[in-house]
Design a protein around this ligand. Sequence first.
Ligand code: SF4
Ligand code: SF4
Length: 106
Amino acid sequence: MFKILRLGVLKRGVQTRDYPRERGRAFDAFLGLPVVDVEACDRCSRCVSACPVQAITVLPEGIEVSAERCIFCAACAEACKAITMGPEFELAARSREDLRVVYRHG
Ligand code: SF4
Ligand code: SF4
């Protein structure tokens, strides 16, 4: 049985990545953490109203997205052209503070 499986693998080659050593990239339609283009942001707070889990906060210094709360639904990106769903999927952190991502106004 194992011999047959091993032969199959040898024939097809390895189909997976050696993660995390080999990171790869998210596929095109992937919905990762939202990215805010602060140059295009006028602080209107539509994204705050659109977010169903209160993951976005408009701060004096920029827009904060909480990776702790975000459910990657893309409602903020639908509400505002300054927001796109990014490719980031490695969002583990050692503290809650590290899960706060602030896109700062220049
Ligand atoms: S990111 Fe978009 S919706 Fe949110 S405050 Fe800025 S302009 Fe308004
Ligand atoms: S993707 Fe959804 S949950 Fe995440 S910040 Fe945008 S609206 Fe909120």
